[in-house]
Ligand binder design. Structure first.
Ligand SMILES: [Zn+2]
Length: 177
């Protein structure tokens, strides 16, 4: 199977942070990475151990054709194309977690904003204008509150508002109840 694309190292690390150990179900991974050829494509392979139970874990991600230089100070997970690693629901979860940290700082807000930008990439351009359409939400694991959304929207401005309008119109409203 073709390994999924990790658009940036930040996206690869976020994916590994979010995914649970298949042996113990906990989070936590330490390891190293090397560049390998897999399925004829240049990939980055992360191999290491679960920090909780010691089980071996390994992840292989396709490298982008044109690596993004991380000169930007803002949090950036990828270009304009939607993520192959996390779906819209998982990005919502990331935004929710980052925006609702009680002792959150500017970095948390920047992370939440970047995650909302990633949700927006799943909303078809037509839906952004009309406020309708499907939302690609398959793994909502968190009940995001409107209070949290309001905070994120205030920070990132109109694109998030447009995104949320489209998501709600697409029938995802129950996920936020
Ligand atoms: Zn484990």
């Amino acid at each position: 199977m073709r390994p999924p694309l990790a658009r940036t190292p930040a996206e690869a690390h976020l994916y590994m942070d979010l995914h649970l150990c298949s042996a113990c179900g906990d989070r936590g991974f330490v390891g190293d990475h090397t560049v390998v050829f897999a399925e004829g494509e240049l990939c980055s392979r992360h191999s290491g151990y679960c920090t909780q139970c010691g089980a071996e874990r390994s992840y292989t991600f396709r490298l982008p054709d044109e690596p993004r230089l991380s000169l930007e100070r803002d949090v950036v997970f990828g270009g304009s194309e939607p993520s192959e690693l996390l779906d819209a629901g998982e990005w919502l979860l990331v935004a929710d977690l980052a925006a609702s940290r009680p002792d959150g700082d500017d970095e948390d807000v920047a992370l939440a904003a970047a995650a909302i930008d990633e949700v927006l990439k799943f909303v078809p351009p037509r839906s952004r204008r009309s406020g309708t359409g499907d939302s690609h939400l398959s793994t909502i694991r968190s009940h995001t509150t409107f209070r949290v959304w309001a905070r994120v929207c205030n920070c990132v401005g109109e694109p998030a508002q447009v995104c949320i309008t489209a998501l709600l119109a697409g029938g995802a409203v129950d996920a936020f109840a």
